[in-house]
Ligand binder design. Structure first.
Ligand code: ADP
Length: 506
């Protein structure tokens, strides 16, 4: 085909930036990526330099422009996606004040407590969909005010990572609801900043950019950057979506079809459930965000999923492949005398929101070997997802989960997850990511589809069902074990191995 029209999607991730060019059939015709460093200036702090994002993104865009030129393909619009929750602090001239703290930065415990004291938790959840969370952007701004007052005195604008890149590309400051709802101060029903919450915290609303729709054009590529990258001058730049929402768009997860969700077995485990109405968990044990399609979605995050297997392999048996570990685990029959694994190696997000929680193998005996430990680990991650799903279940209509992430390559692991969730799980034919979702969000502006709904319908991924492995009845006590053991594993009341068989990790 000559001169096929494409849209570009850019995902500004934590380890690097990825750009894809999709044709109207959703096929990737070109892609490029660049990495950048993660700064950890103090324990619990994670930062990146916005200048690194900018340099890497412009490089990746230059590479993809050259590929498209060679193919004779014409880019019609660029959609943005990226890591959520980070804070890019800018002065009145739009200059970056300091490196940006990221989504997984843990420095804001005191500021989270202050938010909770200022805005009652139930009120904050009803308005913004979430309780105050350490990683969100809002407590980062309070931290800047408390800890770096000279920097705060210069502060004129705060942007999310992908929106900062949009500002660099177009000169326009804007955001959209899916990412903005991860700030912690977006009124979910109105899909705009909550002046009440911001007033209570003594923060001016004008620190934050205008909120447009995720598929809206925010501006066009600056002429100097068009010349630098080789992309068309005035290329429309589309607001896009936060990385979870954009990945959901790419998988065809739509709030108009709330029966289809996703489960991701990546480093973290993520359950995504689209919703047509903003219905939060009253206790805020799972996140509620605006979806990039105009609706909403619940997000449950278990911090150690495939990351737990990676930890075991790297730290305990570095010479053994993932495949060997999974085969050994599969050879161990299910049974009530198997050990139980609590996967809280990095604390937990959903449903406990407890950074101090720690992991354990319990019920060990001389009969157990590595296969038992691995099987328990896989089951433990499956039960942690099921534990989170129990909180989401009354709020969602999901009947089928599309499975993604490295762990989903294993039929055995995915079978355990399907069994624990008690829902239909399907493996998609291909696994598009957030960059693909950003490119799809740009398709209406490019004129490739009349609206986002028709683009998502046309590009929907087909899934193949996975056979669930029965974890009950032999294991139903183990599912309950997570909930029952959680309070006993808090540092103040931890049960040490002298009183109960187990290995505790700090
Ligand atoms: P991330 O969330 O960091 O992008 P991935 O989705 O790429 O992570 O998943 C990587 C993880 O997948 C590894 O840490 C490992 O636990 C798991 N993994 C790797 N190979 C396999 C395999 N063949 N089967 C199941 N899981 C695997």
């Amino acid at each position: 085909m000559t001169h096929p029209p494409v849209t570009l999607g850019l995902d500004l991730g934590t380890s690097g930036v990825k750009v894809v060019a999709l044709n109207a059939q959703g096929q990737v015709v070109a892609h490029s990526s660049r990495t950048y460093p993660l700064l950890t200036p103090r324990p619990g702090w994670t930062e990146q330099r916005p200048q690194d994002w900018e340099n890497a993104s412009l490089d990746a865009l230059r590479e993809i422009a050259a590929q498209l030129q060679a193919l004779g393909a014409v880019p019609l619009a660029l959609g943005l996606s990226g890591q959520m929750h980070g804070a890019v602090f800018l002065d009145a001239q739009g200059e970056v004040i300091r490196p940006a703290p990221l989504w997984n930065d843990q420095r804001t415990a005191a500021q989270v407590k202050r938010i909770e004291r200022t805005v009652p938790r139930a009120d904050l959840i009803a308005r913004t969909g979430n309780r105050a969370v350490t990683g969100f952007q809002l407590p980062k701004i309070l931290w800047l005010r408390d800890e770096e007052p000279t920097a705060f005195a210069r502060l004129a604008h705060v942007l999310l990572p992908k929106d900062y890149l949009g500002y660099v590309l177009t000169g326009v400051m804007a955001t959209e609801p899916s990412d903005a709802s991860g700030v912690g101060a977006l009124h979910l029903d109105r899909r705009d900043w909550d002046a009440g919450v911001l007033d209570a915290l003594n923060l001016p609303v004008h620190l934050f950019p205008q909120v447009v729709k995720s598929w809206d054009v925010t501006g066009s590529l600056r002429a100097d950057l068009a010349a630098l990258t080789g992309l068309p001058t005035n290329l429309p730049v589309v607001a896009g979506g936060g990385d979870n929402a954009a990945a959901g768009i790419a998988l065809g997860l739509s709030s108009a079809r709330p029966d289809l969700g996703s489960v991701s077995l990546g480093t973290s485990g993520v359950l995504f459930a689209p919703l047509s109405q903003a219905t939060p968990d009253p206790q805020g044990r799972v996140h509620l965000f605006a979806h990039a399609d105009g609706g909403y979605h619940l997000l449950g995050v278990t911090l150690s999923c495939a990351g737990a297997l990676q930890w075991m392999r790297d730290k305990i048996c570095p010479e053994v492949s993932f495949e060997t570990l999974l085969t050994e685990a599969q050879q161990v029959p299910a049974g009530p005398r198997n050990p139980v694994f609590l996967p809280y190696l990095a604390g937990e997000r959903s449903p406990y929101m407890d950074p101090d929680l720690r992991g354990a193998w319990l019920e060990l005996s001389l009969a157990h070997g590595r296969g038992h430990l691995t099987r328990a680990l896989l089951e433990g991650t499956a039960f942690a997802l099921a534990d989170t799903y129990e909180v989401m279940r009354p709020l969602t209509q999901v009947t089928t989960f599309l499975a993604t992430g490295g762990g989903a390559r294993s039929d055995f692991w995915l079978g355990l997850v399907a069994g624990a969730l008690g829902s239909r799980v399907e493996r998609p034919a291909h696994e598009p990511g957030a960059a693909d979702g950003a490119a799809i969000l740009a398709m209406p502006a490019a004129g490739l589809y009349p609206d986002l709904t028709s683009a998502m319908q046309a590009l929907r991924t087909v899934g193949t069902p996975v056979s669930p492995l029965q974890t009950a009845p032999a294991y139903h006590n183990h599912t309950a074990a997570l909930t029952q053991l959680y309070p006993r594993l808090q540092p103040t009341s931890i049960v040490r191995p002298t009183t109960r068989a187990g290995v505790y990790m700090d």
